[in-house]
Design a protein around this ligand. Structure first.
Ligand SMILES: *[C@@H]1O[C@H](CO)[C@@H](O)[C@H](O)[C@H]1NC(C)=O
Ligand SMILES: *[C@@H]1O[C@H](CO)[C@@H](O)[C@H](O)[C@H]1NC(C)=O
Length: 363
């Protein structure tokens, strides 16, 4: 287990570094493979929705954004997020706009609703301040869809359009990090055993995914959680001396293990939709080789985020973490690349995002 903390090890070096170039080349001059792309989730995908909220969970200061084309912007990483990179693999020549700044011209091609510290549960992350919870993101999406309908003045066109979009959802980390794992601030760990908590989270998530379907989504990628017990912040907090906190990974796995059956059930319930599960645990599993240290690249505050204007390590292409929780752009590149084109049958179930872009047949 101790080796698992070196999340990307050689996978990062081999796959990550070679694909950074590929992503840029792939997208030059192409038309997108789908007309639209909608993004839901937490700080792993947030592109600035928290900038104007009352919260300490925001990343609109350096060193965040230092490797992003336009600099600081609110993303919780040095460069592009998983959502940005998947957008490029889909062939979009610019990034989806944050919901907070979306204009009428932009919303038809998609919106990014992601919000740092947000969770499946409403209260997750509340000790940090305001956030756009998953339920709130869905309400925002409902409003965006009404607006698209108004602009297009043709409901059947709008419905057909929404069916062709790719939807990704990356949420649940804060239901552990900023909820269940903070017994002094939240009641969930007093109310539920780990197994029960995984179950109530899954039930609420099921309702949210059904709502997304009801709002017209048909091609939906559901991301599992990574190994939270291997985040530098948790290893530091539990003083494990550089080893992953196994019981946290076990708790998170109870949730992850429910997502594939959930996706299978939704695909049976809704035969005109394609839901798929992206297995971050497998994508991040070490495949041998020289391990990389699980350490933040920038100097961090007590809450695990980068110290404003802190000097980052120069070798960001060799670091998994930018701060104590969030992956660097290079780590995001590995995740996005394999979510888009799976390298093994364990990476995704049953489809990778590339397969989702193809037409849904009537069978
Ligand atoms: C509405 O869109 C559909 C295609 O989805 C098209 O066949 C139809 O002609 C459109 N109706 C109007 C009034 O533009
Ligand atoms: C996800 O990956 C882990 C680690 O390789 C594996 O144990 C698990 O079975 C995978 N889950 C699915 C649904 O494929």
């Amino acid at each position: 287990m101790a080796r698992n903390l070196i999340l990307l090890s050689s996978a990062l070096l081999v796959i990550g570094l070679t694909h950074v170039g590929t992503i840029a080349v792939d997208t030059i001059g192409g038309t997108p493979r789908v007309p639209c792309y909608f993004i839901f989730g937490d700080s792993l995908v947030d592109c600035g929705n928290n900038n104007d909220l009352e919260t300490s969970a925001k990343a609109n200061y350096p060193p965040y954004g230092m490797d992003f084309p336009t600099g600081v912007n609110g993303r919780f990483t040095n460069g592009r997020t998983i959502a940005d990179l998947i957008g490029q693999l889909l062939g979009f020549d610019s990034f989806m706009t944050s919901h907070a700044s979306a204009t009428d011209e932009e919303i038809c091609r998609g919106v990014n609703y992601g919000s740092g510290s947000a969770g499946i549960r409403e209260e997750s992350g509340s000790h940090l301040g305001d956030r756009v919870s998953m339920d709130r993101q869905l309400r925002n999406h409902e409003q965006i869809i009404s607006r698209i309908s108004e602009l297009q003045q043709n409901q059947s066109f709008t419905d057909e359009h929404l069916k062709k979009c790719i939807y990704i959802i990356n949420i649940g980390n804060n239901d552990y990090i900023n909820n269940y794992l903070m017994p002094e601030k939240y009641t969930t760990s007093h109310e539920y055993k780990m197994e029960q908590y995984a179950e109530v989270l899954t039930q609420q998530y099921t309702q949210q995914l059904k709502t997304l379907y009801r709002l017209g989504a048909r091609k939906i990628a559901v991301f599992g959680l990574g190994m939270i017990g291997c985040a530098p912040a948790e290893m530091e907090r539990f003083g494990t001396d550089g080893k992953c906190v196994d019981w946290i990974n076990d708790a998170v796995m109870l949730f992850n293990d429910r997502l594939k059956p959930l996706v299978d059930e939704l695909n049976i319930c809704f035969p005109d939709a394609r839901f798929t599960f992206i297995n971050l645990t497998n994508i991040l599993a070490p495949k041998g080789g020289e391990p990389l240290p699980n350490k933040p690249c920038c100097p961090v505050r007590p809450d695990g985020q980068c110290v404003p204007d802190g000097i980052c390590c120069p070798s960001r292409a060799l670091s998994v973490y930018i701060d104590s929780f969030h992956p660097t752009e290079i780590a995001n590149t590995v995740l996005a690349t394999r979510a888009y084109t799976a390298h093994s049958s364990l990476d995704v179930s049953p489809h990778d995002i590339g397969q989702l872009t193809r037409e849904i047949s009537d069978t």
